[in-house]
Write a protein that binds this ligand. Structure first.
Ligand SMILES: Cc1cc2nc3c(=O)[nH]c(=O)nc-3n(C[C@H](O)[C@H](O)[C@H](O)COP(=O)(O)OP(=O)(O)OC[C@H]3O[C@@H](n4cnc5c(N)ncnc54)[C@H](O)[C@@H]3O)c2cc1C
Length: 469
């Protein structure tokens, strides 16, 4: 049992962060009681906004002494409830720790505080001719600390990989309050256990990143998008496999079917720049050499036309590209407008299994009569599967949803995949963890958690199905 945050504890917290950075009125707490996970809300008992790792260390020591739970929060864009205070307690919001400390152009590295917004960081490095590839669709609001904790991906992962591939150093506060440092501006590092990679993807349960070192690339000079309509989704995903089979690696291969574009058309003012077609691929190539870029997109265009595409539109003007990407990035919001109650999962399968995955999802949709919209990062085998309630009766919807979600997870696992490619387990998937991991793996993870957080203070109730600490 955790202890409630009483007046004495509040006073101690106030002394650590300063009175103006402690919130505990109901109205102020409301802003921190939800993230982007649909239909989930938990109010914390207090929120603090520290400015340094030392303050966070003091906060964690206090939490261990007084036995209250702590949840750290970045941009609050998580979609599995990771930043929610499900046991009450304290939220540490990193919104004040938002400085880009250094962009080292010579080493092509940057050092940032965790609360830097990902899109702001993109712009800052691009102004210097540099490039930070991870591009979650939430980049206007999510933070680099949240990206570390979720090992965020994005459309460009096909060519450039995910957040994990770009972090080379971290300073972090452990759940007990100790401050650790691991790595730096290094291209290689095998010094002891890799604590950095243990923290990446640990969903705010093993430590709080307070300073992050990131690897940068040189900014590609050219970027071309292809918008490719298909008369059937099967033909579209078969082309994805064919492109990859021929060892072509575009930057992005995103898949959208007719159902999701129909919803975008209904919701987005000014319409969407997509044809009426059963499915679309959005494929991006980039590079520095105009001939190479052109050769690559022509080869992709030919594969798509041979595979049954009805057209291949080349978008090389920033305005057209922006319109296309706005539609893609706003899909999630548009779906929420037509069905405010929905559940979204992000299964991942080996890239060649994307067609069987989508066909299986179709079967599950028919079997349970539950509306499913699937779209996403086809080039990574990572599909966002959205279950829409619309105006169905609550009891029917809940019952069908439970079965359909489980079957989608089982399908992904049976195809050699797993239950999350980038959104994490959080609260919403913890009951399904044993579908994807064997008991020994889950036990090993629990032991790691217990070793670093003996009192289960930091982000309790996440990842693991039930609490036996
Ligand atoms: C419209 C939309 C599109 C999205 N698209 C993508 C996408 O393309 N790819 C993708 O991967 N995700 C996507 N997401 C999910 C989400 O944006 C990512 O998981 C993102 O990394 C969360 O960052 P955040 O700063 O908002 O973290 P939060 O939501 O604040 O927190 C998420 C988790 O990280 C922990 N955390 C936050 N900061 C730290 C820190 N400094 N140290 C340790 N733990 C920390 C929290 O405790 C929590 O468990 C999308 C979400 C939305 C709403």
């Amino acid at each position: 049992m955790y202890r409630k945050i009483n007046k004495t504890i509040l006073q101690a917290l106030r002394e650590i962060v300063g009175p103006e950075y402690l919130l505990n009125t109901r109205e102020r707490l409301e802003d921190y009681s939800h993230d982007e996970t649909p239909n989930l809300s938990f109010s914390p008992e207090a929120v603090v906004k520290p400015a340094t790792a030392e303050e966070i260390s003091e906060l964690m020591k206090q939490a261990n002494r007084e036995n209250f739970p702590v949840v750290v929060r970045g941009g609050g864009t998580g979609v599995t409830g990771g930043a929610l205070a499900i046991h009450g307690g304290l939220i540490i919001s990193l919104e004040r720790m938002n400085r880009i400390l250094e962009i080292d152009e010579e080493n092509m590295m940057a050092v940032v505080e965790p609360g830097v917004i990902t899109g702001v960081f993109h712009k800052a490095v691009e102004e210097k001719g540099l490039f930070y590839p991870p591009d979650p669709a939430s980049l206007a609001d999510c933070t680099l600390g949240g990206n570390l904790a979720e090992d965020a991906g994005g459309p460009r992962a096909v060519k450039y990989g995910v957040t994990r591939n770009y972090i080379t150093g971290v300073q972090a506060v452990l759940p007990t309050g100790e401050i650790i440092e691991y790595g730096g501006k290094l291209a290689k590092n095998v010094t002891g256990y890799n604590l950095l990679h243990l923290l990446i993807g640990s969903e705010g349960t093993l430590g709080i990143a307070t300073e992050i070192t990131l690897r940068l690339l040189s900014r590609p000079k050219l970027r071309v998008d292809l918008l490719v309509p298909f008369p059937s989704y099967f033909k579209a995903v078969r082309c994805v496999s064919e492109i990859l089979r021929r060892r072509i690696t575009p930057t992005v291969i995103e898949f959208m079917d007719q159902k999701c574009l129909e919803i975008s058309r209904q919701v987005m003012e000014g319409g969407v720049p997509f044809d009426e077609a059963a499915a679309h691929l959005l494929i991006e190539v980039d590079g520095d050499d105009p001939d190479e870029v052109e050769a690559q997109y022509e080869a992709i265009g030919e594969i798509c036309l041979e595979g049954g595409a009805s057209d291949v539109k080349v978008a090389d003007s920033p305005k057209y590209q922006e319109q296309i990407w706005q539609t893609r990035r706003k899909l999630r919001e548009c779906i929420k407008v037509v069905s405010p109650i929905k559940v979204s999962q992000d299964v991942v399968v080996p890239r060649m299994e994307i067609a069987p995955l989508l066909m299986g999802i179709d079967e599950i949709e028919k079997k349970h009569g539950i509306e499913i919209i699937a779209y996403g990062h086809a080039g990574d085998g990572n599909v966002h599967v959205n279950f829409l309630k619309r105006d169905r009766e609550e009891a029917d919807w809940r019952q069908d949803l439970k079965k359909a979600v489980r079957e989608v997870f089982q399908l992904a696992v049976s195809l050699g995949g797993t239950i999350s490619g980038e959104h994490g387990i959080g609260v919403t998937k913890k009951d399904y963890l044993d579908l994807a991991l064997n008991p020994a793996a889950i036990r090993a993870m629990r032991r790691i958690k217990l070793a670093l957080d003996p009192k289960n203070i930091l982000n309790p109730g996440k990842i693991f199905p039930e609490e036996k600490f």
